[in-house]
Design a protein around this ligand. Structure first.
Ligand SMILES: C[S@@+](CC[C@H](N)C(=O)[O-])C[C@H]1O[C@@H](n2cnc3c(N)ncnc32)[C@H](O)[C@@H]1O
Length: 278
């Protein structure tokens, strides 16, 4: 399938905030209950260890994504809590405050807008993007990788969609899940019920955006060519080690696709070269 950069409704400025937040809240609940990203832990831990990061800077966090579940699993495996900073171009303040309230010693958020293509220097740590990378067209996606490389920060990207017809058909499951999940989302909001049971915009947006997300998801060869196009020199950044792979998940036959990258140890990889492991 050819990549199509179609519009997702929830990212449009005209999409009502309650619908956008309701959709990302649903994704967060699905991720937490379904332990959707458990399979992401091994590559995530590798990226954390090999980049030497002491903190996770999550970009495009939406409603907090998988972090409420993942942070405890990560803590158990690491033997200590890893601090996590949630950020977004359009921060969902209420959801981010709720996420922080659940784990104030571990989760923090940036209340102002953080653009993944131009992350402030003060935000040092392993950059993560969950279910977000496909939102960006190729030049912007490449700019996100380049910004991480130029800042010398590790990056770990996880996607739960794939560019196949079967994956698009599988997205139909999101609408019924939204009808079941919405009453369980906290903090409670009447607007979420309205936009689900009176005007079912949240289930419709989840299904529509899910199908479009599959069309926008990058394939492994496309990721490789993005990596090959990165500027690696004294001015733009060090050589990186890149790993592309797919992890299994319990509930979704699509699995989790990932791309991780971190500065190459200088004694292993000559400047300007890439290691790619699949
Ligand atoms: C599908 S949501 C993913 C939310 C969350 N990571 C999750 O797993 O549920 C994509 C998020 O990316 C954010 N976003 C869009 N463009 C961005 C940019 N240039 N920089 C940072 N975040 C961006 C949107 O506001 C939205 O919250």
């Amino acid at each position: 399938m050819r990549r199509r950069h179609l519009l997702e409704i929830h990212e449009q400025p005209w999409c009502p905030q309650a619908v956008r937040d309701g959709a990302t809240d649903c994704l967060r609940l699905i991720a937490v209950i379904g332990r959707q990203f458990q399979g992401a832990l091994p590559p995530l831990r590798r990226a954390l260890a090999l980049s030497g990061a002491q903190r996770i800077i999550d970009l495009g966090s939406g409603g907090g994504g998988p972090w409420l579940a993942l942070r405890t699993q990560l803590q158990t495996q690491e033997g200590a809590p890893v601090p996590i900073t949630l950020t977004d171009l359009f921060p969902n303040q209420q959801a981010l405050q709720a996420a922080r309230a659940k784990a104030p010693a571990q989760i923090d958020f940036v209340g102002s807008s953080v653009d993944a293509t131009n992350v402030p220097e003060a935000l040092q740590g392993l950059r993560t993007l969950f279910t977000t990378f496909h939102h960006f067209d190729p030049p912007v996606a490449q700019a996100i990788l380049q910004d991480a490389v130029s800042a010398g920060q590790g990056i770990a990207i996880f996607e739960q969609t794939r560019r196949t017809r079967a994956a698009q058909a599988f997205m139909a499951i999101l609408a019924p899940i939204a009808f079941l999940a919405v009453p369980l989302i906290r903090p409670f909001r009447w607007s979420r019920l309205f936009w689900t049971y009176v005007l079912p915009a949240i289930p419709a947006v989840l299904f529509f955006d899910g199908v479009v997300s599959c069309w926008r998801t990058y394939t492994e060869p496309e990721l490789r060519s993005m990596i090959d196009g990165l500027l690696i020199d004294a001015e733009h950044g060090p050589a990186y080690v890149w790993e592309i792979g797919r992890a299994h998940t319990l509930l979704s036959p699509l699995g989790i696709s990932y791309l991780i990258g971190y500065p190459a140890p200088s004694d292993r990889t000559p400047r300007g070269a890439h290691d790619i492991v699949s």
